[in-house]
Ligand binder design. Structure first.
Ligand SMILES: Cc1ncc(COP(=O)(O)O)c(C=O)c1O
Length: 410
């Protein structure tokens, strides 16, 4: 059980914050999450008591930073059931996903090869491959979705062939919040010699993840969606694949030596992908976030969020004025519209009641044809949200209609 009172005490953003004269309810956690004191303290400690560069100094202070930095890598590896050498620090999920697509493009994806993705993916999962395919003459194809917007695995089986080199998809999609059967998809892909690149931006923050059990080849995620700082993310990759992959950036820290004839000897992964002074505060902050989440327990977090999600969905389904697009999703994402109201006007109405939700296309522009709407409202939960907040949100939902949404402008 989550001790919600204790948890909320850890987050300064959950206290005394108002929006439009109402107590703030933050239901935009899929965009970014609040940060607990432990994360702020870790960053503060680095700047107050331990400032120096990482991996560069020969003095005690720098050894302390090195060990804290590599300690964070080890924590994250343990969190995912991976090895430390398989954890690459990036600026976020977008960079991680780009790193694989660009790092893979020359050796592994050639003219006529197929990369599979889906219409429900975030732009950061689709666009790197779209670009690489355009450059290489490879073919970007879209996996079929079932009537609910989930990956249709039976249809995927029909699409598989030796030509398929990559399947790129989210473990939990950011609009419909459906969980893909990653383990099954990995087994299928591997039978054809393809790799699976998992976008974990909306799954790693919310549920236990075991990359060894899933057998995924790559997993990308962002620190800021899991209580960590912005500007830090992770690419997990199987070591042999990281070893074979090209880096995107070159510079200090990532090379072992080079000469004037143009010979460059890169370090082994993960260091060959981390050129330049790293985001030290980000890494230490993410390490503290992982410690924080681990102490609560990812199983507990997942169970708590699913219960709150179900509570809200069941109430919304009883309201004639609300269209829910993902009633059966098993995640913290609720995507809906107020009947007859444009999504942005709906979000403005919620703002007028102190509730932060997101509206629009949510960086998944291909999905709207599937949903047959121009935009949606997304309420996304995290483990620090409460049933009391859900009740206030539901009250506001119950009163939403064309007139009440218009009234907030006057
Ligand atoms: C499913 C998914 N993938 C990728 C991203 C990109 O994450 P970032 O903007 O932190 O790089 C997001 C962000 O919303 C996301 O929801």
């Amino acid at each position: 059980m989550i001790d919600i009172k204790q948890v909320r005490n850890d987050f300064p953003m959950l206290h005394g914050k108002q929006m439009q004269g109402c107590d703030l309810i933050y239901f935009d956690n899929a965009a970014t999450t609040f940060k607990p004191n432990a994360v702020r303290d870790a960053i503060d400690y680095y700047y107050t008591d331990m400032t120096c560069n990482a991996h560069r100094g020969d003095y005690d202070l720098s050894y302390r930073v090195d060990s804290a930095y590599e300690g964070a890598r080890t924590k994250i590896a343990r969190f995912l059931h991976a090895q430390s050498k398989e954890i690459v620090f990036t600026s976020g999920a977008s960079e991680s996903l780009n790193l694989v697509a660009w790092g893979y493009r020359r050796k592994f994806v050639r003219e006529g090869d197929i990369v599979l993705t889906s219409e429900s993916e975030h732009a950061s999962c689709v666009l790197p491959w779209m670009h690489v395919c355009q450059e290489n003459g490879a073919i970007l194809s879209f996996m079929k979705l079932d009537a609910h917007g989930r990956i249709d695995v039976e249809a995927l089986k029909q699409m598989m062939s030796e030509k398929v080199k990559v399947i790129a998809l989210a473990m939990i999609t950011n609009v419909l919040g459906h969980e893909a059967p990653i383990k099954e998809i990995c087994a299928l892909a591997h039978a054809y010699g393809a790799i699976v690149v998992v976008d974990g931006a909306q799954s790693v923050p919310h549920m236990p993840i075991n990359v060894t059990e899933l057998d995924c080849d790559f997993l990308a995620f962002s620190g800021h969606k899991m209580c960590g700082p912005t500007g830090i993310g992770v690419l997990y990759g199987k070591y042999a694949l990281l070893d074979a992959m090209e880096p995107l950036t070159f510079g200090g820290g990532s090379n072992a030596r080079y000469d004037m004839c143009g010979n460059i000897l890169l370090k082994n992964p993960p260091f060959k992908f981390e050129s330049g002074t790293p985001n030290i505060e980000g890494v230490l902050g993410l390490g503290a976030a992982v410690d924080y989440l681990d102490a609560i327990g990812m199983e507990q977090i997942h169970a708590y969020e699913l219960e709150l999600h179900r509570y809200i969905i069941e109430a919304l389904l009883k309201m004639d004025n609300i269209i829910v697009y993902n009633a059966d999703a098993q995640s913290a994402i609720i995507t809906f519209n107020v009947k007859g109201v444009f999504a942005q006007d709906g979000a403005t109405y919620f703002n007028a009641h102190g509730i932060a939700v997101r509206s629009g296309l949510h960086c998944a522009k291909l999905l709207l044809d599937f949903l047959d709407t121009s935009a949606t409202i997304r309420a996304s939960l995290y483990f620090y949200n409460t049933k009391e907040e859900a009740d206030r949100f539901l009250d506001v939902c119950a009163k939403a209609n064309m007139q009440s949404c218009l009234d907030v402008y006057f």
